[in-house]
Write a protein that binds this ligand. Structure first.
Ligand SMILES: *[C@@H]1O[C@H](CO)[C@@H](O)[C@H](O)[C@H]1NC(C)=O
Ligand SMILES: *[C@@H]1O[C@H](CO)[C@@H](O)[C@H](O)[C@H]1NC(C)=O
Ligand SMILES: *[C@@H]1O[C@H](CO)[C@@H](O)[C@H](O)[C@H]1NC(C)=O
Ligand SMILES: *[C@@H]1O[C@H](CO)[C@@H](O)[C@H](O)[C@H]1NC(C)=O
Ligand SMILES: *[C@@H]1O[C@H](CO)[C@@H](O)[C@H](O)[C@H]1NC(C)=O
Length: 384
């Protein structure tokens, strides 16, 4: 119970912080982005299940180009799903914007490298993407290339963005429609500073050509290291730069305007098996990955697990994250409290908004509702 009281005071503190942010810098800023990705493979979670009132933008995840033609070869069943997605969401909440996302974690990174390397393949790919967007009634497009591997690939990405923007503007003029939105999901940091091959995103091209980028502020720890527990989406890490605060600031320091940054938030946790059940904090020794496929449990599964097993739940003030443990099982994740504090942080930085991966992981809308309430900054200019 003491725990609960502590939670409540943190929550009111966060709300208080966001209220203060709201009164200072509202009027000039563009409308807030409250986005989420919808995995098209979501079982038992059709587009009609999305509580659209909590969001401004919903991404269809994912479509991928053919590795032979570099075009989107849409099968009949995918075509039905795409139409259903845009029609259903626009009907439920006409203000909601729909985008489709290209790529994703499971896609072939070298295919994007190939397409981006050559003017002809870029052209074919871009025009196919625009055609798909219009044909199925989308409001925009998103590239989630995970990840460009070399400085040359980053350079090519800059060209791709530039030509893509020209094509979008030309198409909008030619057809007398509003231009398609154009965004990208990117690494949590502007540069890959821990990898052997250092490379940095093409910041000038991003600023000129994209509506915003969405740093994926999660997956800092996971099954690739089964020797210690970790807060996989920590806002702060006192021992390393692999944290959301560092990543977001790296984008700002590189010159990307606040209004073009949308913070990524996970609706899932990562689990480990502890070496000793009484050493159960963040960074405690582990011997294996815990429950869930590859040690990943989505938010509602974490809650079910905690409840069923009577796990102890701790809010960690230092990292701004939540973890739970019972016996030798340990799970690091975000709950409504840690998410709210992160939103307060993003608002204090003046960012454009946030996005969730993925909308179906919070089917009781506990985090999404709290997040939407907490982000009060630009709600006033959102009214039609
Ligand atoms: C294209 O992808 C398929 C399936 O992923 C793979 O079997 C094939 O080798 C790829 N072809 C090329 C030209 O990369
Ligand atoms: C896909 O749809 C088109 C047009 O609606 C139809 O002509 C074609 O036979 C369909 N293909 C398959 C494999 O069902
Ligand atoms: C979308 O698909 C669902 C079933 O999956 C169906 O009930 C609904 O009517 C479809 N909506 C539209 C707009 O086609
Ligand atoms: C974090 O990055 C800064 C420079 O951006 C560097 O000075 C510092 O040593 C780094 N800290 C760690 C723990 O790597
Ligand atoms: C832990 O990870 C290492 C290296 O990836 C792997 O070889 C080992 O099998 C894993 N241990 C367990 C118990 O999963």
């Amino acid at each position: 119970m003491a725990c609960i009281k502590y939670y409540m005071s943190l929550l009111s503190m966060a709300i208080c912080l966001t209220t203060m942010a709201a009164t200072s810098s509202v009027l000039a800023s563009p409308p807030a982005v409250k986005a989420a990705y919808w995995p098209s493979s979501s079982e038992n979670f059709p587009p009609s299940a999305i509580k659209t009132s909590l969001f401004t933008h919903i991404y269809y995840a994912f479509l991928n180009p053919s590795n032979i033609t570099y075009k989107f070869e849409i099968t009949n069943s995918t075509a039905i799903l795409l139409s259903n997605f845009t029609t259903t969401l626009h009907h439920k909440t006409p203000m909601v914007k729909t985008l489709f996302s290209i790529g994703g974690g499971g896609s072939d990174s070298s295919l994007f490298a190939l397409i981006a390397s050559n003017p002809q393949s870029r052209k074919v790919f871009i025009s196919s993407a625009l055609e798909v967007a219009r044909k199925f009634g989308f409001d925009g497009l998103d590239l989630d290339w995970e990840f460009p591997k070399t400085p040359k690939e980053m350079h090519d990405l800059g060209h791709l963005f530039h030509e893509w923007r020209l094509a979008i503007d030309n198409e909008a003029k030619a057809t007398n429609q509003p231009p398609l939105l154009f965004t990208a999901a990117v690494y949590f940091s502007v540069d890959f500073f821990i990898d052997t091959i250092y490379r940095k995103y093409p910041v000038d091209s991003i600023i000129q050509n994209l509506d915003w980028v969405s740093p994926m502020c999660f997956d800092y720890h996971g099954s690739w290291d089964n020797t210690t527990t970790g807060a996989h989406a920590a806002l702060y890490d006192p021992t390393s730069n692999v944290s959301t605060s560092y990543g977001l600031k790296s984008w700002l320091r590189a010159g990307v305007p606040e209004s073009k940054l949308v913070m990524g938030l996970p609706l899932y946790g990562k689990s480990w098996i502890l070496k000793e059940s009484n050493s159960n904090g963040i960074g405690s020794p582990a011997v294996a990955i815990g429950p869930g496929e590859d040690g990943v449990l989505v938010f509602y599964e974490v809650e079910e697990f905690n409840k069923k097993n009577g796990a102890t739940v701790i809010y960690d003030l230092e990292s701004v994250s939540t973890y739970s443990f019972v016996g030798s099982t340990w799970i690091g994740y975000d709950d409504p409290i840690s998410t709210t504090i992160k939103i307060g942080y993003a608002q204090a930085l003046g960012l454009r908004g946030y996005f969730f991966w993925a909308v179906s992981f919070d089917h009781e809308w506990k985090i999404s509702t709290q997040a939407s309430r907490a982000w009060i900054l630009n709600d006033w200019n959102e009214t039609p």
